[in-house]
Design a protein around this ligand. Sequence first.
Ligand SMILES: [Zn+2]
Length: 489
Amino acid sequence: MRLFAATIATESNTFSPLPTSLDAYKESVFLRPGEHPEETPRMCTAPLWVARRRAQADGFTLIEGSCFAASPAGTTNRADYEFMRDEILGQLRAALPVDGVLLGLHGAMVAHGYDDVEGDVVARVRALVGPTCVIGVELDLHCHLTVKRVIGADIVVLYKEFPHTDVVERAEDMLAIVLKTIRGQVKPVMSLYDCRQIGSYPTTLPLMRAFVDRMKAMEGSSGILSISIGHCFPYGDVPELGGRILVMTDGDKARADALSSEIGQEFISMRGKTAPQYHGVDEGISAGLAVEGHPVVLADPADNAGGGAPTDNTTILRRLIARDVPNAALGPIWDPIAVRLCFAAGLGATFPLRFGGKIGPASGLPIDAEVTVTGLKRDCWQSFGPTQVPLGDCAAVRIGGVEVVLITKRSQALGLELFSNLGIHPHTKKLVVVKSTNHFMAAFGPIAKQVLYIESDGPLSRDYAKIPYKKVQRPIWPLDEVTTPRLIV
Ligand SMILES: [Zn+2]
């Protein structure tokens, strides 16, 4: 048995002022066949990584293709996308014949000229391998679950957890179903239900937690192979943006249709009840200071690099400084030039620094302050579950009672190392402000006395009515009150 695996992935915020080119992939994941590290998967590469570890025991030969992934930002350059795609297709052509193809994709990638990158990849793979080869795909739950990709693939499995702590487990699920299909033990059929809604659904809150746990309990019995809840990615303006439910059964299309519709109706009934409460900037800071004990973690989801935001909005920081808040830390702010200036000034130096507030109107104005450099470290990393995320060269600066982490490689706050790399210990701080929507919860949730969410004026507003959509199919909730949810595959 011969399987081919590859990755091409990013999450494209089509409103972002930061274009994504080959440089962004080279900075994040740019691995040619055989170059993928042994220890841990990288962004969206779990299918290849899991297959490599299981090839011998499961009796197949793995042919590794390239893995390309970039941190979320704006739309990918067209020529760069086609270059990466065609490299992978060329490797696949050279590997033929294969029994199966494993694709580690994100699912919300947009390139200029391609609103549905993953649909394009899957369709071109299908054209090469023919109808009997088994195509398995793993996607982030923040994907556009388009009809084209669902019809083009045999098996599609999404992450179930947000924060995404189950990337490896879902790749294992996907591979297991691919192997059973090739061996003729199952015949997967998929149904897709379109809930016609935009929303945010952290699985750390009780309603979504119970919903996901129930889906998981259904899998593996009565012919149900897999259930995926597509949350949607609200900041990618493409026609098929929206929440969708995918059910895969063993040969029973009627059962898949009924179950995806039933789960879809339940997901619709949860509209408006799944997101946390958001505070205003000053109100959130005051609420944090009023909590007995520490640390209080304040999240700034509107400036989350993980959703394609620049991560240099200064609004919360400006208020912390103006209010002279003691014993606070904030991170990250992406500003490679400021990091360079801090290295030039040296550890312990006090000097006037302009930082943040550069990339677009939603970044706010830069901070001009007399800062003291309290930490400098080259080539930093932070952990996210089993994966290591690069931060590049980093600097910490102190302004009054506030310490700020400046980074070179744009990322959201994921691991405690973001701070501890530079000698800042989040456990000891009164307030820890993190730029992240919910992934920070994996590491910062356990140490937090309390977690509060602030709606800043960063680009990723939770108020979807503020987003200037042009392409998304209407009607869709909450932009429209009346919608027409339905089975679409
Ligand atoms: Zn995601």
